[in-house]
Design a protein around this ligand. Structure first.
Ligand code: ATP
Ligand code: MG
Length: 441
C-alpha cells in the first residue's frame, strides 16, 4: 500500500511496483489507509511523512504496535534524514528519499518480501514445534500423570529450576521440552546435556566452555552449552552422575547465573533456566556422599515425580493405541487393532523400560505381525514367558520348564538352531523334535 497525497508521485510509484508483479493499493490520507488496513492488512506499506491528516513517522509507531507483522518503508522529503531515523526507531523497515531513490524501491521491496517470507516460515516452524512438544503430547489419564502434568504446567511459566525424577523411559525429556515450549523462553534455545556420558574434564568444558590453550586440544576458544542456552533453557539429564566438583560450580550458576570458563580468570554470566533430570533417588546419593546436599535442596525446591508405567497401568491402552496409530501408518498393509489377549499381556508386564519399552514393543510387534490384529504371538519371546500368567504351561510342569528353557536359549541365540542345540548339549534333530512336540514356531 502506498500512502501519499501527491497524486503524480503516488501513481508513478504504483506503476513501477505493479510492473514487478505486486498488488498495489493506494491512499492519499491516513484515514483511508487505516480503513484499508483494518479490512485487509498489506504486507508492506510505503508512507509519506507529511499527510493532510497526520504524520507518517507517528503512523509507523501506531501501525507497528497494532499490526506487528506489517513492514513499513517511510518516504522522506529530500534532506530530512531525521524523519527516517525516527521512523526506524518507531519500527519502520527502512526509509527512502522521495523522488530521488526510485531505482532503489524494487530491490528494497524484494528484501522486505524476503524478510516476510522468512518470518512466516519461522512462525510456521514454531507452531509445528509447539505442536510436537506441547503438553498435549503427554498422554495419560491416571491421577499420577495428571498430577505431574498439572505441576509442570504451573511451573512452566516461571523461571524456577525444575527437577524431574523418574525411571528410564518415563518421559523426563518429553516433560523438559514441554516445560520449555510452554514458557516465555520458547522462542529461545532448548539445549540438552547428558551428564553421564562425559568425564569430569570434558563435561566441564562442554558445560562452561573453555579459553584457547586451556588444555591440550583446546585450540580454539569454545562456548559452553550454558552460553548456547542463553535466554533459553538448559536441560541437564542424569544430574546424579555429575562429578561432585562440578556440582559446586553448577550450584553457583543456579544461585548467581555466574560461571567461569575452563582456563579463564574472569566470570561470565548467562541467563538460563535449568531443568534437571535423574533416574536415581538423589537423597540416597546425598547420604552416600556422592551428591552435594546444598545442590540437592536447591534442585529439590520444585520436583516433579514422573510415575513408572507399572504405577499407571490404566494408561496402557491409551498409550498402546497411540503408538499403534503412529507406527501403523508406516506399515503395509496397516495393522488396525490390538487383540484382547495382547492388551492383557501388556497390562501384566512389569515395564522396567516404561513408555520407551512400550513404544518399542508396539513397533516390533507391528513388524512381526501379519494379521489385521496384534496378538500375543507377535510379542517377543521373553515378553510372554517372563510372566507366568501369560504362559499357559504350569511353572512346575517338567515339560513346561523344558519348553520355557528351549525358548529362552533360542531367543538368546536369535533362533540359531545349531547354536541352540550346542548350548543345550543335545543333537540338532532332538532339538527339532522337541520344538515340534512343544509347538515352538
Ligand atoms: N506421557 C507420554 N505420552 C506419550 N509418549 C511418551 C510419554 N512419556 C514418554 N513418552 C515417549 O516415551 C519415550 C521415552 O521418553 P523420554 O526419552 O522422555 O524418557 P526419559 O525419562 O528421558 O528416559 P531416560 O531416563 O532413559 O533418558 C519417548 O519416545 C517419548 O516420546
Ligand atoms: Mg532422557
Amino acid at each position: 500500500m502506498i500512502i501519499d497525497d501527491e497524486d503524480k508521485l503516488r501513481n508513478l510509484l504504483s506503476r513501477i511496483i505493479r510492473l514487478e508483479g505486486f498488488n498495489v493499493r493506494e491512499s492519499s490520507d491516513l484515514k483511508t489507509a487505516r480503513k484499508i488496513i483494518e479490512k485487509d492488512l498489506p504486507d508492506v506499506i510505503l508512507c509519506d511523512v507529511k499527510l493532510p491528516d497526520g504524520n507518517g513517522v507517528d503512523f509507523v509507531l501506531e501501525t507497528r504496535s497494532r499490526h506487528p507483522t506489517v513492514e513499513i518503508i517511510l518516504l522522506t522529503a529530500y534532506g530530512n534524514i531525521a524523519d527516517g531515523v525516527q521512523a526506524i526507531k518507531n519500527g519502520a523497515y527502512d526509509y527512502i528519499t522521495k523522488g530521488d531513490d526510485n531505482e532503489k524501491i524494487i530491490p528494497l521491496l524484494n528484501r522486505v518480501i524476503e524478510k516476510i517470507h522468512l518470518k512466516n516460515r519461522v512462525t510456521r516452524l514454531e507452531k509445528q514445534f509447539k505442536k510436537n512438544y506441547d503438553f498435549d503430547n503427554i498422554l495419560g489419564e491416571s491421577p499420577l500423570i495428571l498430577e505431574a502434568v498439572s505441576l509442570a504446567k504451573k511451573v512452566a511459566g516461571t523461571d524456577a529450576t525444575v527437577l524431574l525424577m523418574g525411571e528410564t523411559g518415563t518421559g523426563k525429556e518429553v516433560f523438559a521440552q514441554a516445560i520449555h515450549y510452554g514458557s516465555k523462553r520458547r522462542v529461545h534455545p532448548f539445549v540438552a546435556l547428558n551428564c553421564s556420558t562425559l568425564n569430569k574434564e570434558l563435561l566441564e568444558s562442554e558445560l562452561f566452555g573453555h579459553k584457547e590453550g586451556s588444555f591440550t586440544g583446546a585450540t580454539k576458544e569454545k562456548k559452553g552449552l550454558i552460553e548456547e542456552a542463553n535466554t533459553g533453557t538448559l536441560f541437564l539429564d542424569e544430574i546424579g552422575e555429575m562429578h561432585i566438583e562440578l556440582q559446586a560450580k553448577l550450584l553457583r550458576v543456579l544461585e548467581t547465573r555466574e560461571f567461569i570458563k575452563v582456563g579463564d580468570t574472569k566470570t561470565s554470566k548467562a541467563d538460563v533456566r535449568i531443568i534437571a533430570a535423574t533416574n536415581k533417588l538423589l537423597l540416597n546419593e546425598v547420604n552416600a556422599g556422592k551428591f552435594r546436599e546444598d545442590l540437592y535442596y536447591r534442585l529439590n525446591a520444585f520436583t516433579i515425580i514422573l510415575p513408572a508405567l507399572r504405577e499407571r497401568k490404566s494408561d496402557i491402552p491409551i498409550l498402546a493405541n497411540h503408538f499403534l496409530k503412529v507406527y501403523a501408518e508406516k506399515t503395509n498393509p496397516p495393522v488396525k487393532s490390538i487383540s484382547m489377549d495382547f492388551m492383557d499381556a501388556l497390562k501384566i508386564h512389569d515395564w522396567k523400560g516404561n513408555i520407551r519399552e512400550l513404544k518399542n514393543i508396539i513397533e516390533r510387534s507391528l513388524i512381526v505381525s501379519n494379521g489385521s490384529e496384534l496378538t500375543t504371538a507377535d510379542l517377543p519371546m521373553e515378553f510372554s514367558t517372563n510372566d507366568s500368567k501369560s504362559n499357559n504351561l504350569s511353572a512346575f510342569d517338567l515339560a513346561g520348564v523344558e519348553k520355557l528353557h528351549i525358548q529362552r536359549v533360542l531367543n538368546h541365540t536369535r533362533n540359531n538352531k545349531s547354536e541352540t542345540a550346542r548350548l543345550l548339549n543335545i543333537g540338532l534333530s532332538t532339538l527339532y523334535r522337541k520344538m515340534e512336540e512343544y509347538n515352538i514356531p
